[in-house]
Ligand binder design. Structure first.
Ligand code: ADP
Length: 397
């Protein structure tokens, strides 16, 4: 039976949403929207499933100052005449991206009072992100208390990691209270792992490194369609550098900031989440496009460091996988950054990677060079589609 499902992906400064008509075998996108620049330059764009613009609006900074305000605006539109017409009827369910499922949630969960309390109790593991994911859940409960909702966790795809990959070398008591290498971007990686079965079935059960390079960046080692390790760990700060986060740093730097710079926890948190990465290192921008266009040597250094660190972590994940059959690029930089893809593949030549330059420029699905022993693919991610799939399967198995 066909159901209308809303998938909500609420981040720190944007909300993405898509509505689908779903049944057991298929998902048809009816609406795709995004409100980004929350708290800075809010901008709403809503399109039909075919990509035609339904609504486009910019706001003054103070008009949409929070994720809650953005959510409210989207909720009102969806429940209004335009929204209902575009979706094709009243919603049957809402699915949400929830960044942290802790040690307990290894898959999606239908939200009731108990599940909501357990998700809320995990907020201390993701204090910046979990509240943003909870806001739309509360809003839909308030609007339509009987509408089924499902939480889809970014950590869930990684919960099958072996214990060796799941541990830090710290006392067991901390592991038991939840200090583990969780990994994030799980909905994106799961989508890619499933998509490989359609577009490249011959490697879907192989050894694949997936590079999710967007505002947040991480790499995932996927073997037989399952995550076995990832560069992000306890928080979304670990691993490779990102737009404004440094990736892995010596923990001694945090002690240095505390002792020598007199920074407190809040100042260090702001520093690590917002002032490092490509932006901090270049001193120019977190946006790869801006850095590529800049003549400033620090812009080049930041991009070179980004590639260097990704190449180094690819080596680590290749070791864990015992070699690789393919590298998959996804998310904003991975899907659009042809120049960085070329550099990353060149740095991974020793793994058997090689590039077809024309295919890379054209952003083809398969950009592998002739004679390369490991394949190289570009696959657009779709976290909302993954959320909708989980929501349907959870509620109507
Ligand atoms: P999010 O993690 O918020 O979903 P995206 O996956 O949309 O982010 O990635 C956003 C990033 O993608 C931008 O910060 C920008 O650096 C990068 N990006 C977008 N278009 C291009 C492009 N043509 N070339 C290189 N990088 C790009």
């Amino acid at each position: 039976m066909q159901r209308l499902i809303l998938a909500v992906n609420a981040g720190s400064s944007s909300i993405k949403f898509q509505a689908f008509a779903a049944d057991h075998a298929s998902l048809e996108r009816r609406v795709a929207g995004q409100l980004d620049g929350i708290g800075s330059q809010p901008r709403l764009v809503i399109k039909t499933g075919a990509g035609d613009i339904l609504k486009e609006q910019s706001f003054a900074t103070g008009e949409i100052a929070s994720v809650e305000a953005a959510e409210e605006l989207i909720g009102i539109w969806l429940l209004g005449a335009d929204g209902a017409r575009a979706v094709g009827g009243p919603l049957d369910a809402v699915g949400h991206r929830v960044v942290h499922g802790g040690p307990e949630f290894a898959g999606p969960a239908a939200i009731d009072d108990g599940v909501l309390a357990r998700i809320t109790a995990l907020t201390h593991l993701a204090p910046l992100h979990q509240p943003k994911n909870l806001a739309p859940i509360h809003a839909w409960r308030r609007r339509q208390p009987n509408l089924p909702q499902v939480a889809c966790f970014d950590t869930a795809f990684h919960r099958g990691h072996g214990e060796l990959a799941d541990r830090f070398a710290i006392p067991d008591a901390l592991y038991r209270e939840g200090v583990r290498r969780y990994g994030f971007h799980g909905l994106s990686y799961e989508f890619i792992a499933q998509r490989l079965r359609d577009v490249a079935p011959e490697i879907a059960d192989g050894r694949v490194i997936v590079a999710h390079l967007g505002n947040g960046c991480s790499l995932c080692a996927v073997k037989n369609g399952r995550s076995i390790d990832s560069t992000m760990s306890f928080t979304a700060l670990d691993g490779i550098p990102m737009g404004t986060r440094p990736g892995a740093i010596d923990p001694g730097i945090v002690l240095y900031l505390l002792r020598e710079k007199g920074m407190d926890a809040a100042a260090i948190e702001r520093f690590l989440y917002h002032e490092c990465g490509l932006k901090g290192l270049s001193g120019i921008s977190n946006d790869v496009r801006v850095l590529e266009a800049s003549a400033d040597p620090m812009a080049r250094l930041a991009l070179d460091h980004f590639v260097y660190r990704i190449a180094k972590e690819m080596g680590a994940l290749a070791a864990v996988l015992g070699g690789i059959d393919a590298l998959v690029f996804t998310a904003g930089i991975g899907e659009n950054g042809a120049a960085l893809r070329r550099e990353i593949v060149a740095a991974g030549a020793w793994l058997g990677l090689g590039l077809d330059d024309a295919a890379n420029q054209a952003r083809a699905l398969d950009i592998s060079g002739k004679g390369a022993s490991a394949r190289c693919l570009v696959i657009p991610t779709d976290e909302e589609r993954m959320i909708a799939r989980h929501t349907y399967a959870t509620l109507w198995p």
